[in-house]
Ligand binder design. Structure first.
Ligand SMILES: N[C@@H](CCC[C@H](N)C(=O)O)C(=O)O
Length: 291
């Protein structure tokens, strides 16, 4: 039997089980990961984060981690045990965990690169917790239609990739947003291979306050179901809303999710426009699990 020391953490209510495996010795199966994340029979979480030194990753994953640029790799799995490329809330909680475990240092104004399956992501401290540069984003071509239970009509969705795949759907009112039943997987057509994260958004009133765009969002996450927050989803939702708003729309957004508020910022970089996400990251309790 193996005993693993773990920490439970959360960022705007998106919650995670984290454990350190610096030497890359722990290889959990999807069934074991799903059992850990199970809210009734396990610890309970939206995702499981393994902290592994990039140099100790297996060959294929090491290439993804660009190991020279990031000492630590965030090995992220959804609650059902499936792999995802990136997790925007998770990476902030991951950095908080590395810091509090004494595994890294991050002085004010400093940058900590973290390896992910979407590439290396730079994390900094911010006034609301941590900020992560999610890198270049992309609009996904093609028409998409989304149906969710309790919404009266099918809606067009806008595909956005921020390292992981999202489709964003604009709703007409707060009432409609509240009414959507996200305990069922929204039906996306054409059906994306491997699933997709679906964000439903409504603009706040006014849409722009003091130069900052404001939206409300709910999300159904691929591999985890409805969650209280999705960081990469918030970035996709802000990007989609700016796209719909047209020229003159702001590059700074405040995204209200059921679990709190995160910030999104778009900025020019050498390789094109990047999107950054900021928000809180808390550690909640420690424990040990036996497998
Ligand atoms: N909650 C995360 C996203 C986690 C991965 C997602 N479910 C996927 O499968 O892509 C976030 O905060 O970004």
């Amino acid at each position: 039997m193996t005993t693993i020391s773990f920490t439970k953490g959360q960022g705007t209510g998106n919650d995670f089980v984290l454990f350190a495996d610096p030497d890359g010795e722990i290889d959990l199966t999807p069934a074991q990961l799903a059992a850990i994340a199970d809210r009734h029979f396990g610890i309970g979480a939206d995702g499981v984060l393994r902290a592994v030194r990039s140099r100790n990753l297996s060959e294929g994953a090491a290439a993804l981690a660009e190991e020279s640029a990031a000492e630590w790799f965030m090995d992220y799995h959804n609650a059902d045990g499936s792999v995802a490329e990136m997790c925007g809330n998770g990476i902030r909680v991951f950095v908080r965990y590395l810091l509090e475990s004494g595994l890294v240092e991050l002085p004010d104004g400093g940058t900590l690169p973290i390896g992910t399956r979407a590439g290396v992501r730079d994390v900094q401290r911010s006034t609301n917790g941590f900020s992560v540069d999610l890198g270049r984003w992309a609009l996904v071509a093609g028409d998409t239609v989304v149906r969710a239970k309790n919404l009266p009509v099918a809606r067009p969705g806008l595909g956005i990739n921020v390292g992981n795949p999202h489709v964003v759907v604009a709703l007409a009112s707060d009432e409609e947003l509240d009414a959507a039943d996200l305990s069922y997987v929204p039906k996306v057509e054409p059906e994306p291979e491997g699933g997709i994260n679906v964000e439903f958004v409504v603009p706040a009133e006014p849409l722009v306050r003091d130069g900052v765009g404001q939206i409300r969002m709910r999300v159904h996450e691929r591999g985890s179901g409805e969650t209280l927050s999705c960081g990469t989803g918030a970035a996709a939702a802000a990007l989609a809303t700016r796209h719909w708003a047209g020229p003159g729309a702001p590059n700074a957004w405040r995204v209200a999710v059921p679990g709190g508020v995160v910030g999104v910022r778009m900025f020019p970089a050498e390789d094109g426009e990047h999107v950054a996400l900021s928000g809180p990251a808390e550690l909640v309790f420690d424990g040990a699990l036996e497998l």
